[in-house]
Every structure is written in C-alpha cells, then in structure tokens.
Write a protein that binds this ligand. Structure first.
Ligand SMILES: [Zn+2]
Length: 348
C-alpha cells in the first residue's frame, strides 16, 4: 500500500514520482533540560504545481532542460494550525519503479543529510574517511574526531535499504523529514522568515536559493522488493533491524556530474530569501546504510526535481497566469445557474 496521494500532490518526472507533505511544525519537547526526540509528523499532502504551466512564473526559475528534469512550486503559508509550516519529502511513490531507487536532497544548496554544500546531484558513500578531513579515518560508527560528528553512511536514501524488517514484517521507510544530525535523529525542516535561522545561510552564506532539489537515481538492474509491505508512516524504530553496523570500506562517490542543479543562477535576483528552511524539533529518523557498491546505481540521475516555494500572494499571482486556461471561467466560479432555461436539454 502506497499512500494515496491526489494527482495534484504528486511530482512526476520520467515516470518517477515523489510527494511533499506540509504538517504544522512540531513543538520541541524538553525533558530534564534536554530536548527529546519525537516520532514522525503526520501525512499532510502538499499541493504542487508544474512551473511550465504558468506564464507568470518568476523569470529566474530554472526550467527543465531535458525529460529527466521537472520544475515545480508550492505555497508556504504563514502558519498551519498556529505553527510554522514544516515539510517532509516522501519517496514512497518511487516504489512503483521496477528498479531500486535512491534519492538525495539539497535544501537551498545544502545537502540535507551531510550538511555539505551541494549544487549538483551525486550519490556519496561515507565509509572510511571524513568528507571534510580526507586524512582522518572515521570510526566504524562513522565518527570523525576532527569534526566531533558522526557521519551518516551516505548522502542519500536508498529504497532497498529503507525496506526494514519490523516485528517480522517488511516495511518501507523511504522519506526525509529534515536536517540529519547524525545519530538517528533529524531536525524537522521548518519554514521561517527569521533569516538567522535559515540553515543554508550559515553553511553557504549568500549563495542560498529559495528552492530545494531532489535527484533520483535508479539501480542499473531491476530490483525485487520485499512483499507484504506497509508504507504508511508509523514509529519505525520499534525493534527495527536496520541499525546493524556493517563493515565500512572507504569513501566512494558517484561520478561528479558536470551538470549542476543550476539553482545558484537565481541568487542575484533574490539575494535574501524571504522564506527559508530552519531546523525545528528533533525527530527520530535514521539514514539506513546502503549495502550496495556505488556502481550499483546509474551514473546519471533518472529524475531531477527542482522545487521552488512562494508565499500566498505570489501563488495567487502565478496561478492566475495558467497557460491554456483550463481553469474555471468567471461564470462557473460565480455559481450562477446556467443552461437549460425552459426546455429539457437535448440528450445525444
Ligand atoms: Zn571530519
């Protein structure tokens, strides 16, 4: 069972679909002076729009250059149920693909899983040496003494690794909720207008963009997924088997693509994003290790999703410029009864 998203909530590029959810931000819960980790936020499917359908889209948005790319946008309201809006990315719909899939996410130019600057789509495995300190060996758990940080096993979520046996059943946990903190904890992605809280500004300064980019890679070979699945969100860490430590073997990285997300081109136009992605409350979520070698995956991403966000006023302006105008006419919107004045309509 895959969560039944409405078509307007699915982003599809090259037959690969992703969805976004926008629940209210969780409030941090402090116990004994320490913030505790909370379980996953709920489904709240987010309506997304295809940028190519709107003449009035901002001129600095990067539009698709091939069938492997898609440009979308969504609205960030001021608040939801009195809280700032949060976001999580659902790779569950990728489960329709016959091949295994991996997705990697850049929020405003920063890798959500590694915290490294990221302006092009690539898969990175972090297995032996620190990505920031190439001379420093990581412990088997991925800890770098120079960073004082435990690195995740890779910068992406792999569907085959996200199929996890819980209480004897295979369950798919193929999603990302925010900024990875390294120890099975994520801080929720929350939208804010407080510039000092925008994570990417602290990592890449003025190069931040008001967009996120998701790249999906396919495995070279078809992949047989486990059966009896549940993909709806539950508490994934109850007696799960994914956290086994495996043998770690040195950093390997997918080929660095000459292709970039191209998002940085939009910097000049809007040097200071009005809305950005902050790190909210702690959520229990890990990055299960992909046991496949890096060349298990295709070299090129099969799909790149560039996703921009706008506020409510901008949304209204852009939606009013739909190309081909399949929207309702003013007469339909007015709810004035029309047709069939006096005579029965003719049925054919
Ligand atoms: Zn380091």
């Amino acid at each position: 069972m895959i969560f039944p998203y409405e078509p307007g909530c699915l982003m599809t590029v090259n037959d690969l679909s992703m969805a976004l959810n926008m629940p209210p931000a969780l409030k941090s819960i402090i116990r004994g002076g320490e913030e505790i980790e909370q379980s996953l936020p709920r489904y709240a499917p987010l309506r997304v729009h295809r940028a190519a359908d709107y003449e009035g889209r901002p001129g600095d948005w990067i539009m698709p250059r091939s069938a492997n790319e898609g440009t979308f946008f969504f609205c960030v309201p001021d608040e939801i149920e009195g809280q700032p809006p949060a976001l999580w990315i659902d790779g569950g719909p990728l489960d329709r693909s016959q091949n295994d899939t991996a997705f990697t996410v850049s929020f405003q130019g920063v890798d959500a899983i590694t915290g490294l600057k990221k302006d092009s789509p690539y898969l990175l495995k972090i297995e032996k040496n620190c990505p920031k300190h190439p001379e420093t060996q990581l412990t088997p758990a991925g800890y770098c003494k120079d960073c004082n940080f435990t690195w995740p096993p890779q910068n992406y979520r792999a569907r085959s690794a996200d199929w996890i046996k819980v209480n004897g059943r295979w369950v798919l946990f193929h999603w990302l909720d925010g900024w990875n903190l390294g120890a099975n904890v994520i801080r929720q992605l929350v939208f804010t207008r407080q510039q000092d809280k925008i994570v990417a500004r602290h990592v890449i300064g003025d190069k931040v963009v008001d967009a996120l980019a998701i790249a999906v890679f396919r495995s070279r070979q078809p992949w047989q997924r486990p059966q009896d699945e549940i993909v709806l969100r539950t508490d994934p860490f109850e007696k799960s088997e994914w956290s086994d430590n495996n043998i770690l073997k040195g950093v390997s990285r997918g080929p660095m693509r000459s292709m970039s997300y191209g998002l940085e081109k939009s910097v000049g136009a809007r040097p200071k994003p009005r809305i950005g992605a902050a790190a909210g409350a702690k959520i229990i979520q890990g990055i299960p290790k992909d046991l496949n070698p890096i060349d298990y995956w295709e070299k090129e991403p099969a799909a790149i999703f560039r996703v921009y966000w706008v506020d409510q006023d901008q949304l209204k302006e852009i939606l009013a410029t739909k190309i081909g105008g399949t929207g309702e006419s003013w007469l339909a919107r007015s709810k004035i009864p029309v047709g069939n004045l006096g005579n029965d309509p003719i049925s054919m």
